[in-house]
Ligand binder design. Structure first.
Ligand code: NAP
Length: 308
């Protein structure tokens, strides 16, 4: 796939790119880039910035990070690469940057401080989607008050949560304003891959029914569903399409409405390969789905939410 620069719409790079629709109608690509384990080592910094710059150049438009990743280091890597991409012609509105706050920063005052630090490291005035990384001891109502204040100040556009199962989501959406399409919860990010399909039983349909995108983390099971060592079923489906196991693993998620998968990749080769999953998502047929279901059976009962 050739590089596309910044003038081209995303879907010319990897047509047809599936999209998710956030509450209120905002559409974004259903494939985003994870950044866990980035920003941890000074010696890797230049290579990581180069990888992120390549990612923006070849068409990645959604990036997921957290204050936890490299204790701010991943946000700094993104900030440096994004600043360069914006100088080179990428428009700010073309990208959708997601970050997360630690649960111990989830009070109203704690969120203001944490978000200020994340904005500074990301070199952004506004974070597009700001998530509570996982549920901790701070009452949800206080966290919501913090998110509301961040929106009022224009520091974040949207907020959401991560590692919330159905019961947590029900409790959350019962709070005042949490289900507002413009200013309420916009997404829940959870572990979801072909190897861990538990959310298909209840959480995914629950979120779909409410128009809340499910962000799928660890979508290639931290590398176990990619490369030569991937399960045979992935190789078999990949061969039918001239694709790779990682592309099949990602395409299987992208084919599900309301799912935004965020594979992490630190090399241009993996970045290009994973972007190619978008086209495959629409090419998977009934025989492929049946083969994948045999190898990775869908859940028949409630599973505890997988947490990594
Ligand atoms: N909300 C949460 O609690 C939470 C928890 C975990 C993760 N996350 C987010 O979700 C993102 C994804 O999860 P993850 O990073 O844990 O796991 P992942 O995306 O499933 O797997 C990443 C690993 O797979 C490798 N890989 C990716 N594409 C490949 C390809 N085409 N061929 C071969 N290997 C490939 C990567 O290698 P290279 O790096 O060498 O390219 C890396 O080692 C994270 O980065 C983070 O942003 C969120």
């Amino acid at each position: 796939m050739p590089g596309v620069g910044y003038d081209e719409p995303m879907d010319s790079a990897c047509a047809p790119m599936p999209e998710v629709v956030f509450p209120g109608g905002e559409c974004r690509p259903a494939l985003g880039l994870g950044t866990w384990r980035m920003g941890e080592r000074r010696a890797q910094r230049a290579a990581e910035v180069a990888a992120l710059r390549a990612a923006f150049e070849i068409g990645w438009r959604v990036v997921d990070t957290a204050e936890m990743y490299g204790e701010g280091g991943a946000e700094e890597v993104i900030g440096e690469a994004l600043a360069a991409a914006l100088r080179a012609g990428l428009a700010r509105e073309q990208v959708f940057i997601v970050s997360k706050a630690y649960p111990h920063h989830a009070s109203r005052a704690g969120l203001l401080d944490a978000c200020a630090r994340s904005r500074r490291r990301l070199r952004l005035d506004v974070i597009d989607l700001y998530l509570l990384h996982w549920r901790g001891g701070v009452p949800l109502a206080q966290t919501l008050a913090g998110f509301a204040e961040l929106q009022r100040r224009g520091w974040i556009r949207r907020w959401g949560v991560s590692n919330f199962d159905v019961a947590d989501m029900e409790e959350l959406l019962a709070l005042a304003g949490a289900d507002d399409p413009e200013s309420g919860c916009a997404a829940n990010q959870v572990c979801y891959s072909l190897g861990r399909r538990g959310v298909e039983f209840d959480l995914l349909p629950w979120q779909r029914a409410r128009g809340l995108p499910l962000m799928a983390y660890c979508p290639v099971d931290q590398g176990a569903l990619a490369g030569a060592g991937a399960p045979a079923a992935l190789h078999a489906v990949a061969r039918r399409h001239g694709a790779t196991p990682a592309q099949v693993a990602l395409a299987a998620l992208l084919a599900k409405p309301g799912v935004l998968a965020i594979p992490k990749a630190a090399s241009e080769r993996h970045l290009r390969e994973n972007l190619g999953a978008a086209a495959l998502a629409r090419a998977l047929d009934d025989a492929d789905r049946a083969a994948l279901d045999r190898a990775f059976p869908p859940p028949r009962h409630k599973h505890a939410l997988a947490i990594v």
